[in-house]
Design a protein around this ligand. Structure first.
Ligand code: NAP
Length: 525
């Protein structure tokens, strides 16, 4: 079977030696191999810096925007093919894979349009000139220019298309070339996504390179102008942060890690109301969509104590409609988890939550047959709802992310108690408060804000604009403090920050004014 290629120094190249197998998680059959052994990743980094960086910096924001729009169209044109790869190699249902692929093309398009609006400049003036003396002869002006290194992007297994696109879009618009490393286990879709991008002929030399397999010693070679953006587990994030190169060279690092996201039912919401239905639908969807393998998925469901029974009953009723099996089988709504190690981790994780006092209401860690899968094969997990009767004692529920179709209901008795329990996770990506009440929006919504990168306030009056908390939008921040990694991605212009260096120009005003004349001026922060 072929070893998947990497795209380095303008060529598709194969590693050799020890390979990693990519499997179909419904059948456990190997679908491809990956290896970077013998490939010169150090040369690829130099190629990016020498060729890709200058090419991008020579382009205006509007031209970079056109590039992103071209790439978005290329991804969209290959949509059906890419979706098939997600179904085959990541266990995604068709709808799960669409979520990933359409997320990639729409994020590229969003930043493409943003580039168009930024116009002809290719760096930013950050705020206005600041007079530093009595005359205008001496002044200061902050500028933001593209870093002169490479952006190394290391992504998680759960979004092989969007993961590459959301990071690359921001780096490219800022003017920084990208080396992207998808998680090996599910990289089949990413390889074909990059092929579609390369085939456009629009990418300049060194603007995008793909590492299909291990990064080898590349992280240790990162320099002071490089950026390392990582998405994955907190443990790997901590290892990367502690790399000697990162510490010695102050490599700019952005980490997107684990999160115990919450759905909170406000005290005011009555059973059967539109807001209540929305809450139940979101909770059930986040357990089943992508088999719970979304960094934004709801892991903890907070409910006023007297409402716990009805909420459990209603979520379980929704989950009972789920059909677990091969994405290629008729009627399947929940695919397998992505790998054998994921299956093991999810099963162990359910046991960890049980030991912490949570009990399984439906689903659980037992083996189940997947519809349409060969007998005894496939990494299937039943959608699982758990209940922790004492929210204060269930330590693991606030600390252990089970990255699969699993969520736990917890009771609260006051808004203050709810905020304190939410905060116990030590920082998260996104939590959602379901309420129609102004005071609760302030007490809980603002109360939990400092612990999150995104807080949603949802109710039945929102109409069709609501996509659920799990959809990461390019215009809004993605990331979160503490356990979530402390990173910030996307958020419109904010997503460019990681790739820009802020510099204060100070001195003879007329010369500085001349130097920044072609810059795109932004309001000062
Ligand atoms: P992971 O095991 O930490 O792997 C993530 C990536 O890091 C993979 O590409 C992996 O490559 C690479 N990697 C691992 N060790 C490395 C090392 N020493 N040097 C360089 N690269 C290394 O995480 P995962 O299992 O793929 O993803 C699941 C986790 O990601 C969950 O905890 C989830 O919460 C988190 N996640 C967070 C977000 C977010 O935006 N916050 C989004 C998605 C997922 P290989 O595949 O080749 O090992």
């Amino acid at each position: 079977m072929d070893i998947l290629e990497s795209y380095l120094c303008g060529e598709w190249v194969r590693g050799h030696g020890k390979t990693a197998a990519l499997v179909d998680p419904s059948t456990e059959e190997t679908v491809a191999h990956a290896s970077t052994e013998g490939l010169d990743l150090a040369a690829a980094r130099t190629y990016a810096i020498d060729k890709g960086g200058p090419a991008l910096r020579a382009m205006s924001f509007a031209q970079r925007g056109e590039l992103l729009l071209t790439l978005s169209r290329a991804v969209h044109a290959k949509r059906d093919e890419l979706i098939e790869y997600g179904m085959k190699n990541a266990g995604n249902t068709r709808s799960d894979a669409k979520f990933d692929v359409d997320g990639a093309s729409s994020t590229l398009a969003f930043y493409g349009e943003l580039g168009r609006t930024l116009g002809d400049g290719n760096f930013f003036a950050d705020g206005d000139a600041i007079p530093l003396g009595r005359s205008s002869r001496v002044s200061g002006q902050h500028v933001l220019t593209a870093r002169r290194g490479v952006a190394l992007h290391i992504n998680a297994f759960n979004f092989p298309a969007w993961g590459l696109a959301e990071k690359a879009a921001c780096a490219w618009l800022a003017g920084v070339p990208v080396m992207s490393k998808p998680a090996t286990a599910t990289c089949l879709m990413t390889v074909h996504l990059v092929k579609a991008m390369v085939e456009t002929g629009a990418l300049g030399d060194g603007v995008l390179q793909l590492i299909t397999g291990s990064t080898g010693t590349l992280v240790e070679q990162l320099g002071p102008q490089d950026v390392l953006a990582f998405t994955g587990s907190g443990n790997t994030g901590a290892t990367l942060r502690a790399s000697k190169s990162v510490l010695t060279n102050s490599v700019r690092v952005n980490v997107e890690a684990d999160s115990l996201n919450c759905a909170i039912l406000g005290r005011d919401v009555e059973r059967g109301s539109e807001t209540y239905q929305l809450f139940v639908a979101d909770a059930a969807r986040d357990i089943t969509q992508k088999s719970g393998q979304k960094c934004t998925a709801i892991r903890r469901i907070f409910v006023p104590a007297e409402r716990v029974d009805e909420v459990c009953e209603d979520i379980m009723e929704r989950l009972s409609a789920a059909v677990v099996g091969s994405p290629f089988a008729e009627g399947v709504t929940v695919g397998p988890v992505a790998t054998a190690s994921q299956l093991r981790d999810v099963r162990e994780g359910i046991a960890v939550l049980e030991r912490s006092g949570a009990k399984v209401l439906c689903g659980g860690a037992g083996a189940i047959a997947g519809k349409g899968a060969p007998e005894g094969k496939g990494y299937f997990v039943a959608p699982t709802l758990m209940l922790a009767a004492d929210a204060h004692k269930a330590d693991a529920v606030h600390a252990h992310e089970v990255f699969g179709p699993v969520s736990t209901v917890l009771a609260y008795r006051s808004d203050e108690e709810c905020v304190a329990l939410v905060a116990r996770a030590g920082g998260g990506l996104v939590s959602t408060l379901y309420t129609d009440d102004r005071a609760i929006t302030v007490s809980i919504g603002l109360g939990i804000a400092a612990y999150h990168g995104r807080v949603c306030v949802a109710n039945g009056r929102m109409g069709s604009g609501w996509l659920g908390p799990g959809t990461v939008l390019p215009g809004l921040l993605h990331g979160g403090p503490g356990r979530a990694g402390g990173g910030e991605e996307l958020g419109g212009m904010r997503g460019l920050n990681a790739y820009l260096q802020r510099t204060a120009l100070q001195g003879f005003g007329p010369l500085i004014e001349h130097a920044v004349a072609g810059a795109k001026r932004l309001p000062a922060l």
